[in-house]
Design a protein around this ligand. Sequence first.
Ligand SMILES: CCCCCCCCCC(=O)SCCNC(=O)CCNC(=O)[C@H](O)C(C)(C)COP(=O)(O)OP(=O)(O)OC[C@H]1O[C@@H](n2cnc3c(N)ncnc32)[C@H](O)[C@@H]1OP(=O)(O)O
Length: 220
Amino acid sequence: MTVEAEPVAGLPDPTEYGFSVVRESEIPREHHDLVARVRELVDAVAHTQAEPAELAAAEATVAELTELLSRRRRDTGTLLLHRPPGGPPEYGTVTNLVAGPTNAVAPPLVMAPGADGELRGEVTLNGVYQGPPGIVHGGWLAALLDQALGAAASAAGMPGLTANLSVDYRRPTPLHAPLTVTSRVTGTERRKVFVAAEIRHDGEVTAEGTALMVRLAVPD
Ligand SMILES: CCCCCCCCCC(=O)SCCNC(=O)CCNC(=O)[C@H](O)C(C)(C)COP(=O)(O)OP(=O)(O)OC[C@H]1O[C@@H](n2cnc3c(N)ncnc32)[C@H](O)[C@@H]1OP(=O)(O)O
């Protein structure tokens, strides 16, 4: 399903460039429910000690469901239109690895403006995101930070691509515990947008990052 898109200030309508666009409200509740179930499934598959016959039965059931769901697929690059109150329209991909609402691998991380002008989001990661025992994988923390940093630039009306990303891991980030992610724009220079973000557990910074986002250029 496609909808009329809206230009972000200074950028063209994405549908003019062949992108499909879906509004958040157009994703059926049943799709959200399915994604939540599949998140549980991925965790169960990762940790199960079921017997071989049980594993084979589960595999056959999952294969059947995969066939059912694959009959009608979205384009991989489909954009999700989000209209934050009082802010410019924002576009992410509907299957974004960190925030995509239809991606069962995404926790998902939802960032929203806080009272202090920062973006803020809460996320709890299960054992699927594990690196060392009981600790979140460092690559995944970088992904969370990258998303939060990109969202800060986008929310400020300056969507772009990450040109570089620097991460400091301050202390182990626990699994199965609520994490707070914050981000903000710290400066701009021509098309360059400088951004900073943190991940906290119990108020303590466990990982922090800075990035240079380069604003999307308007094609001629
Ligand atoms: C609500 C939705 C929120 C969505 C959030 C999404 C978050 C996820 C973000 C990502 O994961 S993005 C995917 C990972 N990144 C990429 O795939 C980017 C790959 N790189 C590129 O496509 C290009 O290199 C890039 C667009 C970043 C820059 O190419 P351009 O040709 O557009 O820019 P140009 O080379 O003219 O550089 C513009 C300015 O940036 C500077 N620059 C570019 N790359 C740099 C770099 N790596 N380090 C330092 N400076 C850099 C460059 O020097 C210049 O500075 P000045 O204005 O001072 O002249």
